[in-house]
Design a protein around this ligand. Structure first.
Ligand SMILES: Cc1cc2nc3c(=O)[nH]c(=O)nc-3n(C[C@H](O)[C@H](O)[C@H](O)COP(=O)(O)OP(=O)(O)OC[C@H]3O[C@@H](n4cnc5c(N)ncnc54)[C@H](O)[C@@H]3O)c2cc1C
Length: 376
């Protein structure tokens, strides 16, 4: 039974699917978004919402800085509940070895016109007084920001709907074909192309792609307005984010507009269970207290977990699914999907329209994973 026909059927209404819907309708396409649950209720509801420029690779830098500029352009249109705050990041260096990393990062960002400021051991406490004494310094990146991701996903999707996009929620897609999406309730939605934007669930609709679940824990406190000024991340975070084998925790704390503090974060492969793991949580909080001793007595009001969609090369899959020119992927964003959602949507729509992109698209094309498999 064919119930409807659209230019684009987007599966998944997390921040990536919502951004794709917004961008597709802006370009005049007819769009349906199919969501099995609620809008922004997957990893998007679990994430920290740090809009951050990262320098793991040139490709990652290009996508994060491009996306951050799109968030900055969008900021005046965002409703209050998105809580966009241009609070900046401080990458905190515990010792001289990490100060070396501060200087490397400073050079990398400065060469690419991202404003940064090196803070020495004296300047760090002036910038962020709650950090413990004795830290070596840090790197302030004033252009980084913070948002409340589920509200951002809702905003993007509602804007797309106001321009004609259709939302089908409460029913999962169980199969993608070159002609559209088959729903679990038996309906078939015909479309020119499909976009699999189901985050860490993507392999169930596109078998064979190497996207794995990477579990993370977060804690949110009661309201303590003015406690912190910046998103704070330890430089050791980079080591923990890179480890593909072991469980890791790193100090990563965010001040919310509500006055609450969002405390992260952990990374675990091989745990598909969404239950809070008390041992990991304990390690994560102990790590945070090492950097901010005054966190200890604060009240935590909620703890939760979420799953990042991780790829082996830590870059998302944006483009046609190998062997299926009409089935697109927009997944694999790991811990950066809030940041990179807007850039992802642009890169995807550029491909649909056959127009050049602002940044090189090659590193994100899903075909690379097939090439890796062939050469492995
Ligand atoms: C602890 C943690 C901290 C993070 N912090 C940050 C951060 O600070 N900054 C940042 O940029 N990123 C961060 N991230 C990453 C970010 O949250 C994700 O990359 C992003 O939310 C991915 O969005 P998505 O739309 O791809 O996936 P999701 O939000 O998971 O959305 C996928 C949607 O698809 C739906 N779906 C699944 N299967 C089907 C189906 N068969 N049919 C229909 N619908 C389906 C799901 O219900 C879901 O709503 C963090 C993630 C975690 C876990």
């Amino acid at each position: 039974m064919i119930s409807s026909v659209f230019d684009v059927a987007i599966v998944g209404a997390g921040i990536v699917g919502a951004a794709c819907a917004d961008e597709c309708v802006r370009e005049g396409m007819t769009v349906v978004v199919i969501e099995s649950d609620i809008v922004g209720g997957g990893a998007t509801a679990a994430g920290m919402g740090h809009i951050v420029v990262m320098d793991d690779s040139e490709a990652q830098f290009a996508l994060t800085s491009y996306s951050q500029s799109l968030w900055r352009e969008l900021a005046p249109d965002l409703p209050g509940d998105v809580e966009y705050e241009a609070c900046g990041t401080i990458w905190v260096a515990a010792d001289e070895e990490e100060m070396e990393e501060v200087r490397r990062k400073q050079a990398f960002y400065s060469e690419r016109n991202v404003p940064v400021e090196v803070l020495d051991a004296d300047a760090l406490p002036d910038a962020e007084p709650k950090l413990r004494n004795g830290l070596a310094g840090g790197l302030r990146v004033p252009g980084d920001a913070v948002i409340y991701p589920p509200a951002a996903a809702r905003f993007l999707l509602e804007r797309a709907r106001a321009r004609g996009a259709v939302l089908r929620s409460g029913v999962p897609v169980f199969e993608l074909t070159d002609d559209g999406a088959r729903l679990r309730d038996g309906a078939f939605i015909a479309s020119g192309v499909t976009i699999n934007a189901t985050g860490s669930w993507a392999p169930s609709l596109t078998p064979g792609i190497d996207v794995r679940k990477r579990k993370g824990h977060l804690v949110i406190t009661d309201r303590y307005p003015g406690f912190l000024r910046h998103q704070l991340v330890e430089l050791g975070y980079l080591k923990s984010a890179h480890s593909l084998t072991s469980d890791s925790v790193a100090f990563n704390v965010q001040p919310r507009r509500t006055g609450q503090l969002l405390i992260g974060s952990s990374r675990q492969f091989g745990s598909e269970d969404s239950k809070v793991d008390a041992a990991i949580l304990g390690r994560m909080l102990a790590r945070a207290e090492e950097y901010i001793p005054e966190l200890g007595p604060l009240s935590a009001i909620r703890t939760w977990t979420g799953f990042r969609a991780a790829t082996p090369d830590k870059l998302p899959l944006i483009g046609p699914s190998p062997g299926h020119s009409r089935q697109y992927l927009a997944t694999g964003h790991e811990g950066l999907g809030i940041t990179t959602s807007l850039g992802t949507a642009r890169l995807l729509v550029d491909q649909l329209l056959g127009r050049p992109s602002q940044i090189p698209i090659g590193p994100f094309l899903p075909a690379r994973s097939m090439q890796e498999a062939i050469h492995a």
